[in-house]
Write a protein that binds this ligand. Structure first.
Ligand SMILES: [Zn+2]
Length: 302
């Protein structure tokens, strides 16, 4: 199926108000290019990796979920009496910052039993090697990203090769000390991009937590004629469908900017928990979907 055809289907579904020109053989393409949809973090002046990777106050999110990441690279500690799960060790040089955050919250880095990632990009996974060495934890990675993790990534944004102790498949469960995390495959951003879900109890209530892996498009050219990832468009489309289907009370993600970390952290002292944000989750998925179709439209017209 051609990208144009796929895009046309998408356009019909999402751009009903846009002028559509009838084409032969039921292929319909919007007449006008789509108006740019920029996410707030794309519209803002770019920040350096150093700024994004500097320390951010570790904090309790909800139930047994804690934030231990940096200014923008989000890492989460899921605690239990039998040890901890760490999602996203970030860059290699983030690990000492994360370790400090874990200790500041009263936990031990050596008690981390399981290391998980959002996806196989250096800003989330390059620290796996060092974090594994320091904690002795098991590394568990989605099947379609596992080979990349075991080979290691080259160049800028690269990462050292790490042995994967358990290869996960879509909807596999990771259990530790009463916690059950579900590995939901949300591909596109990488082939094995993983959104983590879990239930947690807080003040007698149960909450559905969703940690979005990423539905972002870093480079629009990645979407068309991608020889190493021919199904990338269909995978993104599948991801938006999956993300819309997940029940979400507590909205978290692999980047602080995705879920409004800074703004929400500033509201923590005000009483109600700002991370309980089902509407914010829906708005994020919608924004990412619109940004995806804008970039796809742009790339197809090049
Ligand atoms: Zn990424």
């Amino acid at each position: 199926m051609s990208h144009k055809f796929l895009f046309s289907l998408a356009a019909i579904a999402f751009l009903a108000p846009v002028m559509i020109v009838a084409q032969p053989a039921q292929v319909r393409i919007p007449k006008e290019t789509l108006a740019p949809v920029l996410t707030p973090w794309e519209a803002a002046p770019p920040r350096t990796r150093e700024a994004n990777n500097s320390a951010f106050p570790p904090h309790h999110v909800i139930g047994n979920v804690y934030f231990v990441g940096t200014q923008d690279y989000a890492s989460f500690l899921i605690t239990s009496p039998q040890g901890q799960i760490l999602i996203n060790p970030d860059f290699d040089d983030s690990v000492p910052t994360i370790q400090k955050s874990v200790e500041q919250l009263g936990f031990k880095f050596q008690d981390i039993k399981i290391l998980l990632i959002s996806h196989a990009h250096g800003d989330h996974c390059a620290g796996l090697s060092r974090a594994k060495e320091l904690s002795g934890a098991q590394v568990m990675v989605m099947d379609r990203d596992a080979d990349v993790i075991e080979k290691g990534g080259a160049g800028r944004g690269g990462f050292p090769a790490v042995k994967v102790n358990r290869v996960l498949h879509d909807r596999d469960e990771v259990r530790l000390g009463g916690n059950t995390l579900v590995a939901v495959l949300t591909p596109g951003h990488t082939k094995g991009c993983t959104t983590w879900t879990l239930k947690t109890q807080d003040a007698g209530k149960t909450y559905n937590v969703v940690i979005v892996g990423s539905a972002g498009v870093n480079d629009a050219h990645y979407l068309v004629n991608n020889a190493t990832y021919p199904d990338v468009i269909a995978d993104y489309q599948q991801t938006f469908k999956v993300l819309k289907s997940l029940p979400c009370d507590v909205f978290l993600a692999s980047h602080g900017g995705f879920y409004g970390l800074h703004e929400k952290y500033a509201k923590l002292a005000q009483g109600s928990n700002p991370f309980i944000d089902p509407a914010g989750y829906k708005a994020h998925v919608k924004l990412m979907e619109q940004a995806f179709y804008y970039k796809l439209d742009w790339a197809i017209r090049q």
